[in-house]
Design a protein. Structure first.
Length: 430
């Protein structure tokens, strides 16, 4: 156990020295395992990890869902989602902000990335909110928070990586995220309503749309609905695997982009490069985490920690609650995916040893990542908005997300306490 603690300390020390966490985890895992096992088996293990990760068929779902999301963004489907949501709810106070949350949820169902959802919606939703006189802290806060729905509402890149690392059924993880994702969207809309009640000038009401305009706007989102039904319906129904569904989704999104004449050779090249860059980043973090996981698992830390927790006499739910608190605190100072992959080797055996469902724990993990993505000072969504909206100060963005952070913490407590919310839909799957 001492060796693992020294390893964790070394990772955090390297991170403080501004070495990227992926490189810190990979270096400490490689050196630590080399000192414990010897260098020849360690080098063989590192080569095997890199090879297995790069050539794993199940991991091909990651670049395919990323590619699908990029094609969807280029095809302009996010604009239609936003217009449809606004047509139905834009006339109430804070209507544009409510429409942003709904559009983020819809876009998340065909994207799988929080950062991509936030970046896309900043271009779609911020300009009309600015024109209508919305306060910057409300408009940026709701875009940043709504963007996190991209990883809870399936398909989700985080769920895919969690499923592969822990060998949990990805289709069941996707099903488990549906109801919590809808609950999170409702909680964020409640946050918007509260902010507009406290300060009516922050989110003025827009014009009421006629029913003819509403039906026309609803008819424009048929492409999104078709992609969601085909991809997720096929996965849930057992027609095809998550990997096959991702391929079908990427092909469908490419076809929509072509039909809308949204693709030129330059745009196609940009989409492919952006998808490759994002995939390379995720795979680098994943390989580094697996190297570090090999080191931690070789020590006695997971078993020793599990025995120690069991001897404390705490209830199993209290143990998981303490883990969630650690995650929320770590999310304020660490990049979220690295944080999860760094701790999974320690926490996952404890959770399963206590008898909890790994699918339920996966939903909890996604929720703490959502909170981390908008937690100052290092939430990734906040810096994405700061880069894309240079006219808005980072202080205004920070001010706008605190209430939404609190709403997601409440959602975390509900999922933690009420397991059927995330396990009911997966129970219907074969």
């Amino acid at each position: 156990m001492i060796e693992a603690l020294v390893g964790f300390g070394a990772v955090f020390l390297l991170a403080l020295l501004r070495i990227p966490l992926a490189f810190a985890m990979g270096l400490v895992g490689f050196v630590g395992l080399g000192l414990l096992r010897g260098w020849p088996p360690t080098m063989a293990n590192a080569a095997q990890v890199v090879y297995d990760t790069g050539f794993a068929y199940t991991l091909s779902v990651v670049p395919l869902f990323i590619l699908m999301g990029n094609f969807v963004a280029r095809a302009g489907l996010a604009h239609e989602l936003f217009r449809a949501a606004y047509a139905f709810i834009g006339h109430v106070r804070g209507g544009l902000a409510h429409a942003t949350v709904i559009a983020c949820a819809g876009f998340g169902a065909i994207c799988g990335s929080s950062i991509a959802t936030a970046a896309t919606m900043s271009k779609v939703a911020y300009p009309p909110m600015k024109r209508l006189g919305y306060a910057d802290h409300l408009s940026t806060g709701v875009i940043a928070a709504g963007g996190t729905l991209g990883i809870m509402i399936p398909p989700s890149t985080i769920m895919v990586i969690y499923g592969i690392v822990t060998e949990t059924n990805i289709g069941k993880l996707f099903a488990a995220g549906v109801l919590p994702g809808l609950m999170c969207a409702s909680m964020l809309m409640a946050g918007v309503a509260w902010m507009c009640w406290r300060d009516p000038a922050a989110g003025p009401a827009g014009e009421r749309s006629s029913w003819a305009e509403r039906w026309r706007a609803l008819g424009d989102i048929w492409g999104v609905a078709l992609l969601v039904v085909v991809v997720l319906g096929g996965i849930y129904g057992g027609v095809f695997t998550a990997t096959e569904g991702a391929g079908i989704g990427a092909s469908g999104a490419f076809a929509f982009a072509l039909l809308r004449r949204a693709l030129t050779w330059k745009i196609l090249f940009d989409v492919l490069v952006e998808s490759a860059r994002t995939t390379a980043m995720l795979f680098t973090i994943l390989i580094a985490a697996m190297l570090f996981s090999s080191f931690v698992n070789f020590t006695t830390m997971p078993g020793d920690l599990k025995d120690w927790i069991l001897h404390l006499g705490l209830s199993p739910l209290a143990v998981v609650g303490a883990m969630m608190l650690i995650y929320v605190l770590l999310g304020t100072i660490m990049e979220e995916l690295s944080m999860v992959l760094l701790t999974i080797p320690v926490f996952f055996p404890i959770v399963t040893g206590l008898g909890f469902d790994p699918v339920w724990f996966g939903v909890l993990i996604v929720l703490v990542v959502q909170i981390g993505l908008i937690s100052p000072p290092v939430g990734m969504n906040l810096f994405v908005l700061n880069a894309l909206l240079p006219g808005v100060s980072l202080a205004q963005i920070f001010r706008g997300v605190w209430l939404f952070c609190a709403m997601l913490v409440v959602a975390l407590g509900i999922v933690l306490e009420w397991q059927p919310l995330s396990l009911w839909l997966p129970s219907f799957m074969r």
